[in-house]
Design a protein around this ligand. Structure first.
Ligand SMILES: Nc1ncnc2c1ncn2[C@@H]1O[C@H](COP(=O)(O)OP(=O)(O)O)[C@@H](O)[C@H]1O
Ligand SMILES: [Mg+2]
Length: 296
């Protein structure tokens, strides 16, 4: 069975999606892993980083995004078809072992109604198990499943948490971005006790690090003690802060454009350097660490 990892932070703009895509593409190319990306964010950023916008529009109009999976339960319809919804060989790197389940902006319209599902289905279906019920048969086809989550712990995110072995927290090392981290760990710990669930924290990745910024360097210095205290307070095993620190670099944002036509993973992420290293080397280091932590 695959390692299933939800990428979570309650804050937007901390590189959740960027980290998800970088890891997915690196796992699939440099490490030859079979990877599925599940996009649960109504912002659909992971989706449009991996498939052309016209293909997304077509999927959405044919009822084959994850929004339709949830809407089917609310409307008692059967529009969503996993075989049609699953997009194969995605990414502008044309990776034969990278697949996608797409999101839709229409998710926003129903996310608050998902809690109504049990009463509508005569309590036959738990609203937290909708994603699980549909992806379960295909999970064994993958080595890694990465779930890009919206910046909240609502029902849609809970569907990702439900099937995950781990969650990964990307964060910019400043006060505002790290503020909500204790809350994430506490809440997910609470979920594991209520359900019960197997999910545990895989660790924290420092993203968009600007070494010239005083607040970033101070934040990065104080992070280990603050992060480890959360787990101590809850009596949980410690989770690591990844050694690889992802540098703030405009080329990272530019690399995410689907309309680029990179010929290789190295070219996609490696056009510039941060310090004396190419950007793709950071992505490879991060991915190597992810594999090591996930296999512990
Ligand atoms: N290392 C980086 N350097 C510069 N810009 C980055 C970096 N990582 C992400 N970004 C940019 O920051 C913005 C937010 O990233 P994104 O991955 O969409 O965050 P989230 O999914 O957490 O909302 C995007 O415009 C993205 O291109
Ligand atoms: Mg995002």
């Amino acid at each position: 069975m695959p390692k299933i990892i939800s990428v979570i932070n309650l804050k937007g703009g901390v590189a959740k999606t960027t980290t998800t895509i970088q890891l997915a593409e690196c796992l699939a190319s440099a490490f030859s892993k079979r990877v599925l990306v599940i996009d649960l964010d109504p912002q659909t950023n992971a989706t449009i980083s991996l498939i052309p916008e016209v293909r997304w529009e077509e999927l959405d109009s044919k009822g084959q995004t994850l929004y339709h999976l949830f809407n089917d339960k609310l409307e008692r319809t059967k529009v969503f078809d996993l075989a049609l919804a699953r997009q194969r060989k995605v990414s502008n790197l044309k990776l034969r072992n990278l697949d996608l389940l797409a999101s839709s902006i229409r998710f926003i319209d129903i996310q608050d109604r998902i809690s109504e599902i049990p009463s509508m289905t005569g309590f036959a279906l738990n609203p937290m198990e909708i994603l699980k019920s549909v992806v379960h048969p295909i999970l064994s086809e993958y080595d890694f499943v990465l779930i890009d989550c919206p910046p909240n712990l609502g029902f849609i995110t809970r569907n990702g948490i439900e099937i995950s072995d781990h969650y990964l927290i990307p964060s910019i090392p400043d006060t505002l971005s790290t503020y909500g981290i204790p809350q994430i760990v506490r809440k997910i710990h609470q979920f594991t006790q209520e359900r019960p669930l197997k999910i545990s924290c895989l660790g924290l990745v420092v993203t968009k690090y600007d070494s010239r910024s005083d607040s970033h360097s101070r934040g990065k210095r104080t992070l280990p003690a603050r992060f480890s205290k959360i787990f101590d307070d809850l009596g949980l095993p410690q989770a690591p802060i990844f050694d690889t620190v992802m540098p703030q670099a405009n080329a990272t944002a530019e690399a995410m454009e689907f309309t680029n036509t990179p010929v290789s993973f190295k070219q996609k992420y490696g056009r510039s350097k941060s310090g004396d290293r190419y950007l793709y080397e950071y992505v490879e280091d991060l991915t190597r660490e992810l594999i090591a932590h996930a296999n512990k």
